[in-house]
Ligand binder design. Structure first.
Ligand code: NAD
Length: 469
């Protein structure tokens, strides 16, 4: 199944060993025809995307529930509302974003026109992960359409119900000449990546990010890589402990911890840990009741492989809260681990599950050293009633983003760039940053035909006299 975007000369493609060549060249022909360039076209496609989100809302929520037991509230907030925010922001500003930007000129070009044209790249590829399978697929697509590109989007094969919904329904809303959904596992995606794209936007793990970047390098294709990692969360000794516990527990256990910007581990003093543990226990009970397994607000791990991976991580340290698992349901209770060593397995890889390890540090300086001794994360969190402490952590660490005194909330602002640095990614998006990501800034100078006498100064024969001018 190569998706519902249609693959044109599919048989010929298979024979030639490149099953996606026909699809890519069909989209390229559509792009070259110029049909995606007018603003009216882009607006019409974006509005159609909005109708998809509205009309298929119930189907999206059901697919999310079937795929990973995602509570409807979480699905609506993270998949639909965040996407619609991006859409509104884009539709409200597209006219301004698209405009040529006129720039300063020098003496020689003073009477000419110098401007930056916001050009589309051409045919772009968007590859999405499974944890927010709609938002992380359609968020980039909004920018790709807005910037005037044609696009192939590839949803994750892990979330089958969402993948099917997108492949079947989305193409009925969008222009099939320019936008296609490809459903593909690893093998097919490898083949897809052999084709030349003009831009690749990838969201997923750092290891696959390397594979995508290597494939892109063969064609000198620019990439955005939205990757993951371990996001530290420093909690200072001065803070409202119950508020911190709620904000950290919400960020950690939302979507069962399967969030790229979830706080991955807490760094705090022994004294703070002793206060945090009862506060976290209360927050977890307040959120999910005494048995989270029965809570309609707590989902499940996406698949068996991931369940086994996360379950194994429970072997590190000592369980202070939770720890229950059920393989049949792929249930892992909201869990807090203590007594950990930095070398424990759980401190080596991104957890991507409902486990919160608490690692002890003596003070803020030690927390900062700990953070800086590891790969640069997607986000650093710092909690303190003392703004100076929050600012110090911000000032002395490096990460894709930063959020002081809360978790996840920075992602809700379309005005902030979202992206990683180093191991957590390359490039940024959200709001205008998504439009910019899919836009080539074409530096243009359009001169008048006259005033040739001025040009004579740069033409041969050269002379010392001309140099002096
Ligand atoms: P993944 O890397 O396994 O898969 C992501 C996509 O890549 C899927 O569509 C998959 O089909 C494809 N893929 C997998 N292996 C491939 C290969 N060998 N060649 C080509 N394509 C391949 O990631 P995942 O498990 O779906 O998502 C979890 C990861 O994504 C975590 O590391 C998480 O932090 C990260 N993530 C990052 C962000 C962000 O915005 N930075 C958002 C969500 C998730």
């Amino acid at each position: 199944d190569y998706g519902s975007g249609g693959t044109g000369s599919m048989d010929g493609d298979v024979a030639s060993g490149n099953p996606y060549a026909g699809l890519v060249s069909r989209l390229r022909a559509a792009w070259l025809s110029g049909k995606t360039r007018p603003m009216e076209y882009r607006v019409a496609q974006l509005e159609a995307l909005g109708r998809f989100l509205d009309e298929k809302k119930q189907d999206i929520l059901e697919a999310a529930a079937l795929d990973m037991g995602k509570p409807p509230f979480e699905a609506e907030f993270s998949e639909i509302i965040l996407c619609k925010n991006e859409l509104h922001e884009t539709l409200n500003n597209l006219g301004t974003w698209m405009k040529d930007e006129h720039v300063d000129r020098n003496l020689v070009t003073r009477l000419d026109s110098a401007f930056i044209r916001k050009d589309p790249y051409g045919v772009v590829l968007i590859i999405a992960p499974w944890n927010y399978p709609i938002h992380l697929l359609l968020g980039p697509l909004i920018g790709a359409i807005a910037a005037g590109n044609c696009a192939i989007i590839k949803p994750s094969e892990m979330t089958k119900n969402t993948e099917r919904l997108v492949a079947e329904a989305l193409p009925t809303y969008l222009d099939k000449d320019c936008f296609a959904v490809v459903t593909a596992g690893v093998e097919e995606t490898t083949r897809l990546l052999e084709n030349k794209f003009d831009y690749i936007f990838y969201t997923g793990s750092p290891s696959v990010g390397r594979i995508v970047m290597t494939a892109a390098a063969k064609h000198l294709t620019p990439v955005t890589l939205e990757l993951g990692g371990k996001n530290p969360c420093y909690v200072s000794d001065t803070c409202d402990v119950q508020n911190v516990a709620q904000r950290v527990a919400w960020g950690r256990f939302f979507n069962v911890g399967q969030t790229c910007i979830a706080p991955d581990y807490v760094l705090c003093s022994v004294e703070m840990r002793e206060k945090l543990l009862p506060a976290l226990r209360k927050a977890i009970t307040d959120f999910y009741g005494s048995n989270p397994r029965e809570s309609p607000d707590f989902g499940r791990i996406v698949g068996d492989k991931h369940f086994q991976r996360v379950q194994k991580l429970l072997c590190s340290g000592r369980v202070a809260i939770g720890g229950q698992t059920d393989e049949k349901e792929r249930y892992i209770a909201p869990t807090v681990l203590v007594d950990l060593q930095p070398s424990d397995p759980i401190m080596q890889e991104e957890i991507f599950g409902p486990i919160l390890p608490i690692v002890i540090v003596a003070n803020m300086d030690e927390a900062i050293d700990f953070i800086n001794s590891r790969e640069r994360p997607l986000v650093v969190y710092a909690f303190s009633s003392d703004d100076k402490v929050v600012n110090q952590v911000l000032e002395r660490t490096s990460s894709g983003g930063f959020c002081g005194n809360d978790t996840l909330m920075h992602v809700t602002l379309t005005s902030l760039p979202f992206g990683g640095i180093g191991n957590s990614g390359l490039g940024m998006y959200h709001g205008k940053f998504t439009f910019d990501t899919f836009t080539h800034c074409r530096g243009c100078l359009h001169r008048g035909m006259g005033r040739e006498a001025l040009n004579a100064l740069r033409y041969p024969p050269y002379s010392q006299q001309k140099m002096g001018i």
